[in-house]
Write a protein of this length. Structure first.
Length: 250
């Protein structure tokens, strides 16, 4: 990793121009602000509608309440149907508000040395993932133009599931995987992430879709795992230490 700028600890340093007005600021925090010698490859944030549908399950909630309303109407209980419909509107409003707040308080930054996640609706948190700690990138499309990218981490020093939610792969409680949710052009970003990681260490270049209970299989997007220079398989590469993997409230 590039040496940290000592001036960051002496006085605040604000974001470089390419990050201005792009989301929450880090106010000179070395975990949240790219160093002077880091190259910013990509920055982005979730799409509100995609995040609401996939992380806050607004579509499932709407279907559930619609079934309840239909049953009440079929039984001739129109008053209950009206109450249920009102609860549905209120519930969906709250969920969409949470999705909006989450998007507003989120900024993903990919540099040539690390992945930075500025997240947190109530307490702003910065997740700092060095690229040498990423062993694989997994992609799941969410519609035609958006998708999620979850990264598998090496070592035993893991990040907390609740600390990262909803920016974490579902149901991976024992080994939480940070996830970029609902981003635009996900295939392009996934390949960019894989190429950036390959500059530091061999990674699994098999960008497969995230497997969920209802998903029958995975789709291969890129070629097999190989060392960036020697072509050695991932299993033959040396395991690096996990120093540098950090995540803490701002």
């Amino acid at each position: 990793m590039p040496a940290a700028d000592p001036e960051l600890h002496a006085k605040p340093r604000f974001d470089p121009p390419e990050l201005e007005n792009a989301g929450p600021t880090a106010h000179g925090d070395p975990m949240g602000t790219p160093a002077a010698d880091e190259k910013i490859l990509w920055k982005g944030r979730p799409d509100r509608s995609v995040l609401a549908r996939t992380a806050f399950h607004t579509r499932s909630v709407a279907i559930y309440f619609a079934i309840l309303v239909a049953v009440s109407v079929a039984m001739g209980n129109y008053q209950s149907a009206a109450i249920i419909a009102a609860l549905c509107v209120a519930g969906l409003g709250v969920l969409n508000l949470l999705a909006w707040l989450s998007v507003r308080s989120t900024l993903y930054i990919l540099t040539d040395t690390r992945l930075i996640m500025r997240i947190g609706m109530a307490i702003e948190t910065r997740i700092n993932v060095p690229l040498k700690q990423i062993s694989a990138a997994n992609l799941k499309m969410r519609g035609k133009d958006h998708g999620d990218i979850a990264v598998e981490l090496k070592g035993e020093r893991l990040l907390g599931y609740l600390l990262m939610w909803p920016h974490v792969r579902p149901f991976r409680l024992s080994r939480p995987e940070p996830m970029l949710r609902g981003i635009a052009e996900p295939e392009k970003v996934a390949r960019m992430l894989a190429d950036a990681c390959a500059e530091h260490i061999s990674i699994e270049r098999n960008l497969t879709e995230i497997k969920e209970a209802a998903t029958p299989g995975a789709r291969q997007v890129n070629g097999p795992a190989a060392h960036a220079k020697s072509g050695a398989p991932l299993s033959e590469t040396k395991e690096l230490s996990d120093n540098g993997l950090e995540g803490a409230p701002a």
